[in-house]
Design a protein around this ligand. Structure first.
Ligand code: SF4
Length: 118
């Protein structure tokens, strides 16, 4: 089965949540890896980014967007690239989530939270 194209912005995407993101005042370099980053450097950077996400009030909206858009790069909504890849693998041939809230439901399993999205 062919993979959906990368990074498709959902048609019902809303962006208000981005203005409340805790990362707006954090170092942007924490969220996206530089070329050839590996091992401990990558783990350290991702841990720091995840700490910012953990105190973010719009984490679930952010995760919902990232999963639905199939964002290939970066930490979004408390999910690393590998976390999102695990979610996609769990879909096991099911249709890629496109509707608002579907990404949040999948993220909730990974994050151990409730799939709450208004
Ligand atoms: S969840 Fe993380 S990446 Fe998303 S807006 Fe909040 S701080 Fe930024």
């Amino acid at each position: 089965m062919p993979q959906p194209p990368l990074s498709q912005v959902p048609l019902d995407a809303v962006w208000d949540w981005q203005e409340q993101g805790a990362c707006r005042t954090a170092d942007p370099d924490l969220f996206f890896h530089p070329q050839n980053e590996r091992g401990h450097s990558r783990s350290r950077r991702e841990r720091a980014a995840l700490q910012v996400c953990a105190r973010c009030s719009v984490r679930i909206e952010c995760a919902d967007y990232a999963i639905r858009a199939r964002e290939p790069y970066g930490v979004w909504g408390g999910l690393t690239e590998e976390d999102r890849e695990r979610i996609y693998q769990r879909l096991d041939g099911a249709e890629h989530p496109r509707r608002r809230g579907q990404g949040a439901a999948l993220a909730a399993v990974e994050l151990g939270t409730r799939p709450a999205i208004a």
